[in-house]
Design a protein around this ligand. Sequence first.
Ligand SMILES: [Zn+2]
Length: 261
Amino acid sequence: MNGKLIILGCGAAGGSPLITNRWVDCDPGEPKNRRMRCSVAVVTDQSTLIVDTGPDFLQQFNREDLSVPEGVIYTHEHSDHVSGIDELRFLQRITKRKFNIYSNRKTIDNLACRYDYMFQDRDNGFYPAVCDAHELDYGSDYTIGDIAFTTYELDHTTLSSVGLRFGNLGYSVDFKRLDDAAIQTLKGVETWVADCAGYNNPDNPVHADLSEIYRVNEQIGAKEVILTHMPPTMDYQTLRSELPEGYKPAYDGMQLDIRWP
Ligand SMILES: [Zn+2]
């Protein structure tokens, strides 16, 4: 079976340009430097699955003209990955059913606290609950619609994020380091989409830098490594000329093939 992963956004928490049009090291003349917050859609002939709904989710969803998704996976609780959750109410009005969301237990508990109105009926049902939460375990296989994936744990220093493998493609945001179990799960992917917000700063406390991505991919062996979650210190054309063969910066709207065995 085939599908595709669409990069809805490849920007870091502040997007690019940052508010007040600060481009930092990015060339404002390069359209691929305009980055919304980090999110992807996985699309097959039958199904659509969203990974993270940040503050740009409405614009991203409409830009790609996506179909109503079967569900949303949340990688972790940070606002740049979740704060578009309110849009799910408008999808629920189309489907007339509760919307399935998936994540680890800590993220679900955190979302249910911060966005309690999305999880509980309010005002005698005048504002019905929107989300039906499902817990994901690490190292397990799941299928949503016809989209199969395997989970693994990502170490984001202060918490753990849900890593995903879809067939021959791995998707890993946000993380500082990968443990052996994560590397074993990703081993053999052809394409690895990886958080590289640390870029050239190995001292970034919560995000991987390039040297960590190179080190880990020696074990994973992906032919194609796509960098994402990029702050505006990472200029698209500079990366294109600096990165070794097989490594590419993502851009919003980029599409990558997925093949399931
Ligand atoms: Zn994060």
